[in-house]
Design a protein around this ligand. Structure first.
Ligand code: CA
Ligand code: CA
Length: 373
């Protein structure tokens, strides 16, 4: 009886040892779990001695490959000249045992699920070995996450979003920076923003509960340098109603774009146009110009605004603004002064900053002087 107990113990240890070996392997690959199993024939009345007339039991070696859905099982005899037989219980929904088959080569399982294999060995002239069981799980792979990059309009930098492939999956990512350094592996927790110019690469994978990690997906993108903004030069010419605007780039090879908001009553923005030559504005009013520069391989500059006013030319004394200085201006000016109406720059004939009766006399003097000529 003591002998029998020892034998049973050895069988159990052997079976566990095989499984432990496989577990160790799977732990390093991080993809598969393996459960040891000892066949029922060892229990109860079925416990038997391993004697010279019985073939030694076979051993298992199971392994998975990184990033591959599947599990491979090798069955080996532990004495020469054996024939090995095995059967497989496939996972649900089939869940059925296969027929007993002769083992010739490594078994490969790719359908996700929990499997059980049983095998025994037969050596010539001996009784079959005990049947040894082996269980393992082929795990499903998590679907790949998706990396998307959005460039900011008119600004350097971009947003990177990583979208989970399936519910509750956790996304891990790392960043390769323009200088070649890698970040630590991080758990993705929302949009990433990159501003410094250079070439980046994001690598990411996902793990959903109860599944093996997805493949690693990567995305390379460039954060471009930004073009320097343009500058304005605006001027008017003496005696001319109008205003001229020149826009200049501050770095070579730029293309300049601009638009104009015309004064009221239009007050509308023009389309964006390519700037080629000096702009001239003659309609009276307040204008706003916006412009930006774009150099090849860079993001466009910031948009810079410029405002100016096209003023009417004031001819002191031409109170009614008909282009002539005459007696009508005198009567209009007198009315304005008498009725304290709103004055205009033309009313201040002597240019002393006030509109008084002195402007009327100066205006009359001016007319009389010029009538003589
Ligand atoms: Ca006039
Ligand atoms: Ca005056």
């Amino acid at each position: 009886m003591l002998m029998r107990k020892i034998t049973f113990f050895l069988i159990a240890v052997a079976a566990l040892a095989f499984a432990a070996h496989a577990s160790e392997f799977s732990a390093s690959s991080g993809t598969t779990s393996v459960e040891p199993a000892v066949e029922n024939s060892l229990s109860g009345l079925g416990v038997s001695t391993q004697d010279d007339s019985q073939t030694s039991w076979p051993v298992y070696y199971g392994f998975s490959e990184d990033g591959v859905v599947g599990y491979n099982v090798e069955i080996s005899a532990t004495e020469p000249n054996c024939t090995l037989y095995y059967r497989v219980r496939y996972p649900d929904p089939d869940g059925e045992w296969s027929e007993w088959m002769k083992y010739t080569d490594m078994l490969m399982f790719t359908e996700p699920g929990h499997y059980r294999i049983e095998a025994y060995a037969v050596a010539p002239g001996k009784s079959p070995s005990q049947t040894i069981a082996y269980e393992f799980v082929v795990m499903e792979i998590t679907l790949n996450p998706t990396i998307s990059v959005t460039h900011f309009e008119g600004e350097p930098g971009c947003c990177v979003e990583i979208t989970e492939s399936e519910p509750n999956s956790t996304i891990y990512y790392s960043i390769k920076y323009p200088n070649g350094d890698y970040s630590d592996l991080m758990v993705y927790d929302g949009t990433l923003v990159f501003n410094e110019p250079g070439i980046y690469r994001i690598e990411a994978y996902a793990i959903a509960p109860g599944k093996i990690q997805s493949e690693t997906v990567s995305y390379e993108f460039a954060v471009e340098e930004q073009t320097s903004w343009p500058v304005y030069y605006g001027f008017s010419e003496d005696g001319v109603v109008g205003y001229n605007v020149e826009i200049s780039a501050t770095e070579p090879n730029c293309t300049l774009y601009y638009r104009v908001r015309y004064p009221d009553p239009d007050g509308e923005w023009s389309e964006w146009m390519e700037y080629t030559d000096m702009l001239m504005f003659t309609e009276i009013g307040r204008y706003r110009v916006e412009a930006y520069a774009a150099a090849p391989g860079k993001t466009p500059s910031q948009t810079i605004a410029y405002e100016f006013v096209v003023m009417p030319i004031v001819q002191p004394g031409d109170v009614n603004r008909d282009g002539i200085i005459g007696i009508e201006d005198v009567t209009t000016l007198i009315d304005i002064i008498l009725y304290k109406s709103t004055t205009t720059p033309e009313c201040d004939v002597n240019q002393d900053g006030e509109v008084t009766i002195a402007d009327v006399t100066d205006l009359i003097d001016y007319i009389l002087d010029h009538d003589h000529q």
